[in-house]
Design a protein around this ligand. Structure first.
Ligand code: SF4
Length: 322
């Protein structure tokens, strides 16, 4: 690890030159691997950005709330189960106790070429150098939202819950505080995979707001992975449903493990609205969700796994009491 200066931040102000430190589960990891080399680290753990609050407008989450706190919160589990489940199914208990929500949504890809600096060809870490994963080891890589420059999968789970419930993210930047749709936070790689979000240097995520809705109680997160105990998603689905009898009045779908960003599956939603939810309609929706999928050899299994994951998630959500 390279030398860096450490300071405690005493107010949520923009600091373009510093990397923010909360739980440290991504930052320190990547500093030890020499992938990230900040000269200054600002510890934000003393800021008043924690807390979990539910009211008539929705769910409000401080950026410094820990994953375990929200995953175990009885009211979140009851009214926003997809949020609690996406956090509970991620990482290990030790990491969930440390990792903050703000850091969680900004975690970096698990692409092995990004995390191993002995590989020079990685456009995300070393812009313009090429992509070792295309034509290389790519079993875990994305099949949706990819480009010729990068096929790295977004690794998180919680972000899919935020996308599916149309959450907003609150940001403190040089121009003051602002809010934006969470779906606008992450950007697909295009020709510049080194840029992963719309945040500006010094921007600090301060919290998240999830609006109340008739679909939040009938929501769930289904994650398929190599190890049930502790692994990143091969495919996952976040779904939220509002039913009238067996007919879909409203549906929200997001996919994880298969896309370069937290992926909202609007085409799949359109397939289901106004239809009876059964295996046939869920299968048609899943086909629509992966219609644009592009595979690269080792990850050719992902569209089928993703479709099956989504069908199962929809049918499980139908069975929920809400
Ligand atoms: Fe780098 Fe992206 Fe290619 Fe992985 S997939 S080697 S992160 S450019």
């Amino acid at each position: 690890m390279r030398p860096f200066s450490y300071m405690r931040a005493d107010a949520p102000k923009a600091d373009a030159a510093a990397s923010f430190l909360a739980g440290g589960t991504t930052l320190l990891d990547l500093m030890k691997l020499d992938v990230l080399r900040p000269e200054r680290v600002a510890d934000i753990n003393g800021l008043a950005l924690s807390g979990v609050r539910l009211d008539a407008h929705g769910l409000h989450l401080g950026a410094l709330a820990r994953m375990s706190e929200v995953a175990d919160h009885a009211e979140v589990k009851r009214h926003y189960p997809v949020v609690a489940q996406s956090l509970m199914l991620a990482a290990s208990p030790q990491i969930r106790n440390m990792a903050s929500l703000g850091g969680n949504v900004l975690q970096r890809t698990r692409c092995p070429y990004f995390r191993d600096t002995s590989y020079t060809a990685c456009n995300k870490r070393n812009p313009g150098s090429g992509c070792s994963a295309i034509g290389g080891v790519n079993r875990l890589q994305a099949v949706l939202g990819t480009s010729e420059a990068c096929i790295a999968a977004y690794p998180g789970d919680f972000a899919q819950a935020l996308v599916v419930l149309d959450a907003e993210v609150e940001v403190q930047g040089a121009q003051g505080r602002r809010r934006m749709r969470f779906a606008e936070l992450h950007v697909a790689p295009g020709q510049a995979p080194q840029r992963e979000t719309t945040l500006q240097p010094g921007d600090l995520i301060t919290g998240f707001s999830v609006p109340a809705g008739a679909w939040t109680a009938r929501s769930l997160y289904l994650k398929v992975r190599d190890r049930e105990s502790y692994a990143f998603a091969l495919a996952s689905a976040a779904v939220a449903l509002q039913l009238e009898g067996e007919t879909v009045r409203e549906v929200r779908i997001a996919l994880g493990g298969v896309a370069t960003v937290p992926w909202r599956a609007h085409d799949a939603e359109a397939e289901l609205r106004g239809k009876r939810l059964d295996e046939a309609s869920a299968t048609r929706a899943a086909a629509a969700a992966f219609a644009s999928a592009q595979t690269h050899g080792e990850n050719a299994f992902k569209p089928e796994l993703g479709r099956r994951t989504l069908v199962r998630a929809l049918l499980q959500a139908k069975q929920m009491e809400a």
